[in-house]
Every structure is written in structure tokens, then in C-alpha cells.
Design a protein around this ligand. Structure first.
Ligand code: ADP
Ligand code: CIR
Length: 348
């Protein structure tokens, strides 16, 4: 069992939510707590201690972690999502409630659209605290469920263990597969026993994909070329409903879908476009004002913590908790409409 007895010293330039909210008092209150799956304060905070440049810096080992370590998680959740400990989360995955006609019909700006949700199983601990056997059981159950899907969702499962390096690298390069060796996940315990129990399921067209046992036990993904955000959401929504016929997801009335990183709680949804904005790239202040106003996050095109290439940006919703799935996609859609409008109006 991992434990920590001394209050950690953070460098002066540390900006993570962990160093902002882990006071000496909170540390003292939590340092001897152990969750039912053996997850301790050391495990909760190790990623943010090892990675001083973390934005958040904490991970949960099980649903219970969010209650047991609430004096640390609650202020972090409130800070990131603007969601209070007394608030309730609501889900709405109905594509008919989304108002989103393609904002870029002639394919000038949007290269691709991707919407993913994280899901974990109701009857297992989360990835950071799971055993090798439990992880393998999940791989079996989830892959068997996926292999029973039909029509557009029908596809094959590819375990990471038996995949060649060439195929793995190509899938990563093409934005379909997770990267190996993420240092934030490594320090949280999420990469234990790698690559055992991990893999990817996808349909023939690679428009419906599921990552198994990466940061969360499932990342359910719908993606396609161009800017048809509604079609992407509709596919995702029906895939989730099909999977849920066989698998119960971890869900709480308060926090919504339970994820290992608090940034994903609630809808666990990230709806993004890869969009080419060369003029806004020259006017980063204007760009950031718009993304702040529409609650959007800017990432590079090779995933989180990557840089942008050729003025193509990954633009996604930042809010995930206390808003519905429809709200998340609507945030992204409304912001993208604005970004395209301003990009068109800029001279250089
Ligand atoms: P996640 O979205 O799962 O939180 P990442 O930011 O690491 O994690 O992205 C995972 C992968 O999905 C990366 O390869 C990234 O380039 C790709 N991706 C994200 N959004 C899009 C998009 N709109 N079109 C194509 N690929 C995308
Ligand atoms: C961090 O704290 O930076 C990493 N653990 C990743 C956090 C998740 N990303 C995010 O900001 N949405």
C-alpha cells in the first residue's frame, strides 16, 4: 500500500489545481484515508507531484474516492467545472435536441469532427486501482459486447498486445488510437501491466471506435471527416444505447458518469473539431477571447499536451459536469460558428 506522511513541497511556479487546493489542513485530514480498493492520498496526488506542469494533478481510484477525498476533490471539481458539492448533474443524449447544421458545408475550415465519452463499469474499481485480473475481465466483457454490435457499428477488436508497432503507430498518427507512455497516466498507476488488457475496437470505416482500458475502461468515440457535428453525435448516442443494453456504467446522481480524472466527470464528453484557422493563429488574443466566451479548450492536433501543426487546432468543449451532453456539443458548435465568422473577417 502506498502512503505519504509529509506535506509535499510544490515549486513556486506550480499552477495545478492540486497545489492550489491541497492545503496543510486538507493534507492532514486525508493522509491516512484508504478507499475500499486500497487507494490512498498518495495515489490520488502522485501524478500532480511527479508532473509539476499538470493542469489538475489528481486521479480517483474508485467511485468512493470522490467521497472519501472530497475535501480535495470538491474544490478541484468546483474550480474546473464551476460545479458545487450541492449541485446535481443531468444527462441528455437526445440528438433531436441539438441545434447544429453543418457550419462548414464547403469544407473550407473543418477537417474532422470527433465526439467521445468516457465510461467505467459500475462493478469494478477505476483503472488506477484495478488489478490485472479485473482489467482482463473488463477487456473480455467489453470486447464481447462490442463484437455483438451490428450494421454501421459492426467491427473488429484489436488487442494492443498482438498489434504490430507499425499498425499501432499508424493508428496513432491517424488520430484513431491512444498514445503509449503518457507520463500523467504513468504516475497515477493507470499504465500498470501495459499493454495487457488494452486494445481498440473499430468499425470498417473507423467512424465508430472504442478504446478499452486506457485512462478509462471505455472511451466510446464517433468521428468522421468534415463538419457534420449532428451526424457524429447521433452515431455516438445510438452506440452508447446499444452498449448499455449489456453493460452498466458507473454513474452518480451528483457527479454523473464517474471517470478517473475529475475533468471528465458528468457527461465525460469531449466534442471536438480539427479546424484550420491561420488568421486566428496570428491573432491569439482574439482567438482566446472567443474560446473563453464559448467555454472551449484549444489543444494541438496530436492530442492533449501536444502542439498545433499548420494552424490546425483541436477545439473542444471544456465544461463537462452540470451541463448535458447536448449542451457540451452545443458549446462546441456555437463556438466553432463564431470562430469561422471571425476567421473570415480577419485581414491577416
Ligand atoms: P481524448 O479526446 O480522448 O481526451 P486526446 O486529446 O489525447 O484525448 O485525443 C485523442 C486522439 O483523438 C488524438 O489522436 C487526437 O488527435 C484525436 N482527435 C481529437 N479530436 C479530433 C478530431 N476532431 N478529428 C480527428 N482526430 C481528433
Ligand atoms: C493534468 O492534470 O494536466 C493531467 N492529469 C490531465 C488532465 C486532464 N485534462 C484536462 O485538462 N481536461
Amino acid at each position: 500500500m502506498n502512503s505519504i506522511s509529509q506535506y509535499p513541497i510544490f515549486p513556486a511556479n506550480c499552477k495545478s489545481l492540486l497545489c492550489k487546493h491541497l492545503s496543510k489542513e486538507v493534507f492532514k485530514q486525508l493522509k491516512d484515508i484508504i478507499s475500499p480498493n486500497g487507494y490512498s492520498l498518495y495515489d490520488v496526488i502522485n501524478s500532480g507531484i511527479v508532473n509539476i506542469d499538470s493542469g489538475i494533478g489528481v486521479y480517483a481510484g474508485d467511485s468512493e474516492s470522490y467521497q472519501l477525498f472530497a475535501p480535495l476533490f470538491d474544490p478541484i471539481i468546483e474550480d474546473y467545472h464551476g460545479f458545487k458539492a450541492s449541485d446535481k448533474h443531468l444527462s441528455n443524449l437526445n440528438p433531436n435536441d441539438l441545434n447544429a447544421s453543418n457550419p462548414d458545408d464547403d469544407n473550407q475550415y473543418i477537417i474532422s469532427t470527433r465526439i467521445r465519452v468516457a465510461r467505467n463499469l459500475a462493478t469494478y474499481p477505476l483503472g488506477p486501482a484495478i488489478s490485472k485480473n479485473q482489467r482482463n475481465e473488463i477487456e473480455k466483457l467489453v470486447s464481447e459486447t462490442l463484437l455483438s454490435l451490428t450494421a454501421e457499428l459492426a467491427g473488429s477488436y484489436y488487442p494492443l498486445k498482438t498489434m504490430t508497432k507499425e499498425i499501432q503507430n499508424q493508428l496513432i498518427e491517424d488520430h484513431f488510437l491512444f498514445k503509449a507512455g503518457d507520463r500523467f497516466l504513468e504516475a497515477s498507476g493507470l499504465n500498470r501491466d501495459w499493454p495487457d488488457g488494452r486494445g481498440i475496437y473499430h468499425n470498417n470505416d473507423k467512424t465508430f471506435l472504442v478504446w478499452i482500458n486506457e485512462e478509462d475502461q471505455m472511451r466510446i468515440i464517433s468521428m468522421q471527416a468534415g463538419g457534420d457535428i449532428k451526424a457524429t453525435f447521433t452515431r455516438l448516442s445510438s452506440a452508447i444505447a446499444e452498449i448499455e443494453k449489456n453493460i452498466s456504467f458507473a454513474y452518480s446522481e451528483h457527479l454523473g458518469y464517474i471517470s478517473s480524472c475529475p475533468s471528465n466527470l458528468g457527461t465525460a464528453m469531449r466534442a471536438s473539431v480539427h479546424i484550420k484557422l491561420p488568421k486566428l493563429a496570428n491573432n491569439m488574443n482574439v482567438f482566446k477571447d472567443i474560446t473563453d466566451e464559448y467555454h472551449l479548450q484549444i489543444r494541438g492536433i496530436h492530442g492533449e499536451h501536444s502542439e498545433t501543426v499548420d494552424a490546425v487546432f483541436d477545439i473542444s468543449n471544456k465544461r463537462r459536469l452540470g451541463v448535458t451532453e447536448v449542451d457540451c456539443v452545443q458549446d462546441m458548435y456555437d463556438g466553432v460558428v463564431k470562430l469561422i465568422e471571425i476567421e473570415k473577417s480577419l485581414k491577416i
